[in-house]
Design a protein around this ligand. Structure first.
Ligand code: FAD
Length: 309
């Protein structure tokens, strides 16, 4: 339970803040599963964010940070404490020369459109990734040969209430990993260094990548994209397909028939269905090929009985 004194203080301190209690996480994640967050807030500026975090600390309220929820599996019991969502209220963006500066709540597709409008190349790979800039920094999101590490010049982060600007070299961006995953620092925004190019050529590359996505990925069903990381020396989707798991279902969770690397919500799935299917896929792939698949999706929250499956 979240302390009433915390909620009272939120109400009194930030009358304009967007927040709610018992926020269904299934509406805020692309997998469309997950129980409620005790309290969800969407701050619109760094001062409010800082204040909220300090208040949470004072009241012993745990904090979970999310962006667009496109790489998140929230367990069915939901998330205890405060969920801070970086979204539209925290998504200012500006261009100066070849540098795009943006707050972390901006969607990558909007960021890619801003770059296109400014005649800047480098974010074509990101146009089809349904996350925010913050989530993309944390995950070092990438596709089709591009990834965040190639365009980030520096990022603004918040650590224990102190804001800092880190050059890309300090972010330790690796394959779907970053320093932020280890430290729990919050990404506030970033500066991206792009390359001037003809907007028509940029648009053509974006369209080509979007078409490739539509052809290969099950975009008609809720998912979190590739569920597992690519193991060294192999492709997760290929290993899953070779293990004969395409179309395998647990409840409403299913290994996509179109792309075996995607676990999709085929209708009415629960987080437990996804966790069971994930374990089944890992076991089958380990026995058939010896590879250990590690989820790329971040798993948060608790089971309905308060435990962790
Ligand atoms: C259809 C589909 C296709 C996809 N294709 C790709 C792809 O091609 N390449 C790829 O890399 N990914 C892909 N993804 C996965 C996902 O879109 C990316 O990982 C994206 O970067 C996640 O961003 P998000 O804002 O949704 O983050 P969330 O899912 O909300 O969060 C992801 C992680 O980042 C943390 N986080 C989020 N924002 C912040 C912040 N501001 N500060 C600190 N921590 C934060 C969260 O705590 C969590 O640990 C795909 C997903 C879907 C559904």
């Amino acid at each position: 339970m979240i302390p009433a004194a915390f909620l009272d203080a939120v109400r009194a301190s930030w009358p304009a803040l967007r927040w709610q209690t018992d926020a269904p996480m299934s509406r805020l994640t692309t997998l469309r599963v997950g129980g409620p967050a005790d309290c969800l807030a969407e701050p619109g500026d760094t001062e409010t964010l800082r204040g909220l975090l300090a208040l949470a600390q004072t009241h012993g309220v745990p904090v979970t940070v999310i962006g667009n929820g496109s790489n998140l599996l929230v367990r069915d019991g939901g998330i205890r404490g405060l969920v801070v969502r970086f979204g539209g209220a925290f998504s200012a963006c500006g261009v100066s020369g070849s540098v795009l500066t943006a707050q972390s709540g901006i969607l990558l597709k909007d960021l890619a459109q801003r770059a296109l409008a400014a005649g800047l190349s480098g974010l074509e790979f990101a146009a089809g990734i349904p996350g925010t800039l913050g989530g993309a920094l944390v995950m070092n999101a990438g596709a089709y040969g591009g990834e965040m590490s190639q365009v980030v010049e520096s990022a603004d982060v918040l650590c224990n209430g102190t804001a800092d600007t880190l050059p890309v070299s300090a972010l330790a961006l690796g394959y779907r990993s970053s320093r932020l995953q280890a430290t729990g620092e919050l990404a506030l925004g970033a500066r991206l260094r792009l390359t001037p190019d003809d907007p028509e050529r940029i648009r053509a590359r974006m369209n080509d990548l979007q078409a490739r996505r539509r052809e290969k990925q099950p975009l008609n069903l809720p998912s979190a994209g590739s569920f597992f990381k690519r193991p060294e020396g192999a492709y997760a989707a290929q290993l899953i397909e070779q293990a004969g798991l395409k179309g395998r279902r647990v409840g409403g969770a299913m290994v996509s028939e179109k792309h075996a690397g995607f676990l999709v919500n085929a209708g009415g799935a629960t987080a437990r269905d996804f966790l069971r299917l994930m374990a089944e896929v890992q076991d089958a792939v380990r026995s058939s090929s010896g590879f250990a698949l590690v989820p790329e999706v971040r798993i948060v929250g608790e089971d309905p009985d308060g435990g962790i499956l």
